[in-house]
Design a protein. Structure first.
Length: 117
């Protein structure tokens, strides 16, 4: 959450005239971390591929399909998020921050997995 907020604030400072692009870029970063969290949880809890895990994956896929339908299926949300024009110009210094957060979360998940043994 902290990284998503920092990305938003930095993009807003870089592109104050492009609020839609900043919002779109922030949504993309938040979505990435949301999907990444699914992988981290299975790593932390050493999920096995049983009936419950399969059900969880199906529910996750259905939820993602619902969110995509709402995001692109209605004019209001389609107009608000313009995924063809994210505000990434001059934002490359944010990439090390995002990569750092990814690695830190992976290390934390690995540590949690080891303490659960």
């Amino acid at each position: 959450g902290v990284v998503v907020a920092l990305v938003y604030l930095r993009l807003l400072a870089l592109h104050p005239e492009d609020i839609d692009g900043v919002a779109t870029s922030t949504v993309l970063v938040a979505t990435f971390f949301g999907v990444y969290l699914v992988f981290l949880v299975s790593k932390m809890f050493k999920a096995v591929n049983n009936r419950t895990a399969k059900l969880a994956r199906v529910l996750y896929i259905l939820t993602v399909a619902f969110v995509v339908t709402v995001s692109f299926g209605f004019g209001v949300t389609r107009d608000f998020f313009d995924f063809t024009a994210p505000a990434w110009r001059d934002a490359w210094p944010l990439l090390p921050l995002i990569v750092f957060a990814i690695l830190l979360q992976w290390l934390i998940a690995d540590r949690v997995a080891k303490t659960k043994r």
